[in-house]
Write a protein that binds this ligand. Structure first.
Ligand code: NDP
Length: 401
């Protein structure tokens, strides 16, 4: 007979319960790639999509999700039909998205694109679920309120943007007072060397070809205008509680060095890796440990040279605009984000030229003086400013088309 005390004890950790908001997107796919390679370590709770029922259903089946939620209510019947007999719950609409975000889980990936991700991400934060934040628009639009909720709920917030993941890795172990400056790198996008005149005729198909990263459409266009780097400076401001004067950006076409953190003793800490979003996603998934990622290893001799250049604010005024918004504070970030979402969507639909993106954003900011000075109290106030700024941007659109 063996007593309980002498039975070998299992040392295996129970699987972690994980949810992915925006599972059908580029970040969602990369996250599920990592989960699928270590499936015994994870139980998939909720997977959500916007409209892509087919992919959502495939993912839910492959990863044996508890529930699949589609944001677009009109897609519900298709989702239900695709998952009938699988035992996977289905739901649709905004309320269902919020419920999915608050299902008990250990870790949630917030990867819905745009301000549409704000409320579901806040739900996960309020639930106290460790939140991996890909959705930078949450912080650009609602940084003050969002970070206050993170602090109030004691939630662990882990950045997924490669630059912010790099900053976190480079800063870890250093007291905030010893961080002099954080410099985010930017690839410069596909038009880094193009003249203003050349960029005037850029088609969406050209702007969607990022030289180094494979990403969703919105962030790819933001990278081409360099607005993405501006949004990331706002993101870093809120995430790391750094004032504007401690934040900067440098163009680094190879996308190998993701961030530089300047310390008070003259040291500069950097994080390097081949451009593959699975690396920062894995950091957020395994944190505070690390996990194996089977991606390309960095070979500096093969690359030969890493180059850096100052951003050109003349050819890429979106970055300067975002830096002005960062300095202005108030609700300027909410207006910037809303106008940029309208402008990028219009560009992708060929209703606005490439240079019109920043033109429309700038005009909307000027037209929203009264909104910028407002002090929203909660996410509903933010979304009200967001709605009004979008309406004004749409009004301005014909003048830039
Ligand atoms: P994608 O466009 O590839 O995916 C977006 C996801 O959001 C999809 O699942 C989409 O669903 C869903 N979605 C879209 N609209 C709505 C809505 N109204 N309600 C609910 N869900 C919606 O984007 P990415 O994965 O590229 O980016 C996601 C976020 O991560 C963005 O904020 C981006 O800036 C950030 N990020 C992305 C990086 C990348 O490498 N891709 C790098 C760093 C940050 P569906 O497709 O089913 O319609």
């Amino acid at each position: 007979m063996t007593s309980d005390a002498t039975k070998p004890q299992s040392t295996a950790k129970p699987p972690r319960r994980i949810s992915i908001l925006g599972a059908t997107g580029s970040i969602g796919e990369s996250t599920l790639d990592l989960i699928g390679r270590n499936s015994e370590s994870y139980d998939v709770v909720a997977l959500t999509g916007g409209k892509n029922v087919k992919r959502l259903a495939e993912m839910a089946i492959e990863h044996r999700a508890e529930i699949a939620v589609i944001a677009e209510p009109d897609c519900y019947d298709d989702l239900k039909a695709a998952l009938t007999g699988t035992g996977i719950e289905t739901a649709a609409g905004e309320g269902a998205l919020l419920d999915a975000a608050s299902r008990p889980a250990d870790w949630v990936m917030a990867a819905i694109v745009g301000a549409a991700g704000l409320k579901p991400t806040l739900r996960a934060v309020r639930q106290g679920t460790s939140t991996a934040l890909a959705n930078k628009e949450c912080l650009v639009s609602a940084g003050r309120i969002f970070m206050a909720e993170v602090a109030r709920c004691g939630t662990t917030l882990l950045p997924v943007d490669s630059e912010h993941s790099a900053a976190l890795q480079a800063m870890t172990g250093t007291k905030p007072e010893h961080i002099e400056r954080v410099c985010l790198t930017a690839s410069g996008g596909p038009f880094r060397t193009w003249s203003h005149e050349q960029m005037a005729n850029v088609a969406p198909e050209q702007a969607l070809k990022h030289p180094n990263w494979s990403m969703g459409a919105k962030v790819t266009i933001d990278s081409a205008t360099l607005m993405n780097k501006g949004l990331e400076l706002l993101e870093a401001h809120h995430l790391f509680a750094l004032p504007p004067e401690k934040l900067s950006a440098v163009v680094h076409p190879q996308s190998i060095v993701h961030c530089l953190v300047y310390m008070s003793d003259g040291s500069v800490m950097a994080q390097l890796s081949c451009p593959d979003m699975r690396t920062p996603i894995a950091y957020s998934l395994a944190w505070p440990e690390r996990m194996h990622v089977p991606n390309k290893r960095l070979d500096l001799a093969e690359i030969g040279a890493l180059t850096f250049e100052a951003p050109d604010f003349e050819r890429f005024p979106a970055l300067r605009l975002a830096m002005d918004v960062l300095a202005a504070g108030g609700s300027a970030g909410t207006v910037l984000n809303a106008a940029n979402e309208v402008a990028v969507a219009a560009f992708l639909e060929k209703r606005l030229g490439f240079l019109g993106i920043v033109g429309l954003v700038e005009a909307t900011l000027v037209a929203c003086d009264d909104l910028i000075v407002q002090t929203p109290q909660d996410a509903d106030d933010i979304l009200e400013i967001d709605r009004e700024a979008r309406a004004r941007a749409r009004n301005w659109l014909p003048r830039f088309a």
